[in-house]
Write a protein that binds this ligand. Structure first.
Ligand SMILES: Cc1ncc(COP(=O)(O)O)c(C=O)c1O
Length: 431
């Protein structure tokens, strides 16, 4: 299956080709000048505004490609949530296919329109109980040949059959999600609670079950090492310090590589696997080095949100930020912005709230935080901010800000290079 989606000439494509592919140039910015340029470039546009710096995006693309070392990157769409930006990645060598988060989304991305050919390779990263979306996909022959559904339990096959019996559909492509969590001595379970398929026997039984069922074909396997890919080893928020995080990640990786190898040896005897997907932005180089992995899922590395500031082996440029309008001045050193409670998902904590980045030196108020409609920020420079000015914040996660705006404004050379739609801007809301 070819993973490249090439939009027709009518669809504007943002050029995300890195300036120095494979280079080891570091991203050094003067924060004041960097954010001030983005603010000036978007002057006059309505807030809230989500903006991304083109040079920073390109730098991040170059870093992702360098770290993947030639292994294809399957774009994690949840961390992008903008079709033009997905397109912009998928036309580049080194990116192939999408890891989608929802069946209806996958169907939409795989569908061709007169302006845009659908993506030929969309893996849904998570099982679904959306029977209507499954039925709609199964009724669409072109799309169902391009989309692979995720399975970790035979009961999910029953759900799919309940949506459309095998006699009334063509064969659906499925992938097995294999649990990549780690059972650490003393600390217990580390990772995400997803797949119950952990052992060779469990994986083989499910593969044989799929093989014995009408209307399904097993085409792939996936392992997502959340405790490595999604946990910064320099994070100040992790109890126990960085060396413990590193030691656990290293032990977890060794355990996963060995277990995965055995499981895949068995699965390959049962089915012709087209792909084995692994990893995330934080584990690109580890998965690149494992010959059992054929493509690596990653998305967050493009925007470089704050949760990705704390890794020792890579440092994405802070490519995206959102600007809020200042509407009040409750004290000389405090201004209040309109909106702002763009809190990231995950365990609630201070690392999930937006971080004010410009004007520099501003902080959220401990008792109020980032509010639903109002967000006060405090700092010495607040007195210089006028009502109507904007304060810029970085989000903790990559794709979630796109749920708050219709577009991402791409900034380059002190001006607006392009304005691209988010999923929301295209009227799409999946989760
Ligand atoms: C299945 C799966 N693969 C990969 C990723 C990594 O995505 P990202 O690179 O955006 O962190 C995730 C993130 O949650 C995921 O759930």
């Amino acid at each position: 299956m070819d993973g490249a989606a090439v939009p027709s000439a009518d669809v504007p494509v943002i050029d995300l080709k890195p300036a120095e592919p494979g280079g080891d140039r570091r991203w050094e910015i003067d924060p004041d000048a960097y954010w001030a340029t983005i603010d000036a470039a978007t002057n006059g546009l309505d807030a809230p505004i989500l903006a991304a710096d083109l040079a920073a995006l390109r730098y991040n693309v170059g870093e992702m490609l360098r770290r993947a070392a030639g292994k294809p990157i399957r774009v994690a769409s949840k961390s992008i949530r903008s079709r033009p930006l997905l397109d912009a990645l998928l036309v580049l060598d080194g990116f192939a296919g999408v890891l989608a988060y929802d069946v209806a989304e996958a169907h939409w991305l795989a569908s061709s329109t007169p302006e845009r050919p659908g993506c030929p390779d969309v893996l849904v990263g998570y099982p679904s109980a959306d029977l209507s979306a499954i039925a709609a996909l199964a009724a669409d022959e072109e799309a169902s040949a391009r989309v692979t559904l995720m399975i970790d339990d035979a009961a999910q096959l029953d759900l799919i059959d309940a949506a459309v019996p095998p006699s009334r559909r063509s064969t659906l492509r499925v992938c097995i999600d294999i649990d990549a969590s780690y059972r650490a001595p003393a600390l217990g379970f580390l990772g995400v609670r997803r797949s119950p398929v952990r052992t060779r026997a469990e994986a083989s039984v499910l593969a044989m079950t799929i093989g014995g069922r009408k209307g399904f074909t097993l085409v792939g396997a996936m392992t997502y090492d959340a405790q490595i890919a999604g946990v910064g080893d320099r994070s100040m928020h992790r109890p126990g310090g960085t060396s413990i995080v590193r030691a656990i990640q290293s032990a977890s990786w060794d355990e996963l590589v060995a277990r995965r190898k055995d499981i895949l040896t068995d699965l390959r005897r049962i089915a012709d696997l087209e792909f084995v997907n692994g990893g995330g932005t934080g584990s690109l180089e580890r998965n690149a080095a494992d010959p059992n992995i054929s493509d690596i899922a990653a998305g967050s590395g493009l925007f470089g949100p704050t949760l990705f500031d704390d890794y020792s082996h890579f440092k994405p440029a802070p490519a995206a930020a959102f600007g809020l309008a200042v509407t009040r001045r409750p004290a000389s050193d405090i201004v209040t912005c309109h909106g702002g409670g763009w809190i990231a998902s995950g365990p609630a904590g201070s690392d999930r709230v937006p971080r004010p980045v410009w004007p520099t030196g501003l902080r959220l108020l401990g008792r109020e935080g980032a509010g639903e409609v109002q967000t006060p920020v405090q700092g010495e420079r607040a007195w210089r901010i006028s009502l109507g000015d904007r304060v810029w914040f970085r989000h903790a996660k990559a794709g979630e800000p796109c749920e708050h705006t219709d577009s991402v404004v791409i900034v380059s050379d002190g001006g607006v290079d392009a304005t691209v739609a988010t999923y929301r801007g295209e009227g799409r809301c999946f989760l």
